[in-house]
Design a protein around this ligand. Sequence first.
Ligand code: SAM
Ligand code: TMP
Ligand code: ZN
Length: 405
Amino acid sequence: MTSCRICGGRLHEFGDFGTQPLSSGFLEPDYIGDEYFFRLALGVCASCGMVQLMEEVPRHLMFNGHYPYLSSGSSVMRKHFEQTAQYFLKTELTSPDSFAVELGCNDGIMLKALAEAGVRHLGVEPSESVADIARRLGIRVTTEFFQESTATEIREAEGPAQLIYAANTICHIPYMDSIFRGVDALLAPDGVFVFEDPYLADIVEKTSYDQIYDEHYYFFSVTSVAAMAERFGFELVNAERLEVHGGEVRYTIARKGRRTPDPSVAELLAEEKAKRLTRLDTLKAFFGQVERSRDDLVSLLRKLRAEGRTVVGYGATAKSATVANYCGIGPDLVSFVSDTTPNKQGRLTPGSHIPVRPREAFENPYPDYALLFAWNHSEEIIAKETRFREAGGKWILYVPHVRVV
Ligand code: SAM
Ligand code: TMP
Ligand code: ZN
């Protein structure tokens, strides 16, 4: 791509991670054949400030019956979505016939609470593997990609939605024009479209470059989301910073003039302007930090290998695909990665081909060092793995900078 997927403005490339595999493309150990690779590079739009990938991966390669990611794998996230559901029940879903639609509902982590409260709901989830889990919990799910045509069908069958919600999903979808036309077709006149995704300012400030991978097409800021909402005939009326997943923003979008914008929008817009967040020079400097972070991590892992230390990975995250492949980390530097997800275990990490083993492998025996790929769940993980530290183990973290703790 050389022009912006949102506004057609000129894209300036500022970072290239080289060829990368599908971040959730875990391989069978006896796999032979071609792995899919694409060029993972980033650009910023000179007109609207949207940061986006330069190359798009076809959606059916990422989201299908093999999609392994399970939202309910973290207790912190289960709590986050339970609280989110309770908040919507008190605010947007108060009338007896309220209807809520969730895009990318995954295993039902959020809709479960709405279903239990008896609220009319529908999940739109193209990945059959996870949609089936939600269905088994009694949640209504349609296995489709959300886009204009899906929205129109839902509107005709179910009526308007008071709430359209999406967590960690909207930034995965390049075709935003179709999404907003779909929202326009489906949303009730006073309804809201709420989505939360990793925040560009957190990524830049924490050098958390592992947020950049095939599935994350956009890297939102309040500046770019406000411009996007306006372009498609809507208005950004709230922007709330969240701690989850290493720092996100929850955006609330309404039809133009229907809600009074919260001061948070103007405050964050001013903050981003002062930081020059969406400016090319800022983003080029960020990429300089990324290169330093990579060099520090590779030096540390090589030093540990030379000293004969054992190092394993913790959390075969989608994010870790970028780290492993960009830094050239294979089984010679990290012998295996422990992960609780059944559909990742027994397989090899994409591109880097590190074996994935169940959690039990982590303590049999404990390694000298554990590279915490799931750093966004560090509090939860370090708290439950106290015996690793007691056994003399140390954690390696690389966000916001490479260190051993
Ligand atoms: N909402 C969950 C959470 O926050 O943990 C799941 C997030 S998961 C990273 C992204 C989800 O979006 C996947 O389950 C994927 O199948 C789904 N997805 C991708 N494209 C979509 C689309 N066009 N419409 C609806 N869901 C989509
Ligand atoms: P995420 O960072 O995209 O949420 O992915 C987290 C990955 O880490 C997921 O594959 C599950 C795994 N995981 C563990 O193995 N143990 C844990 O305690 C947690 C919270 C996650
Ligand atoms: Zn643009």
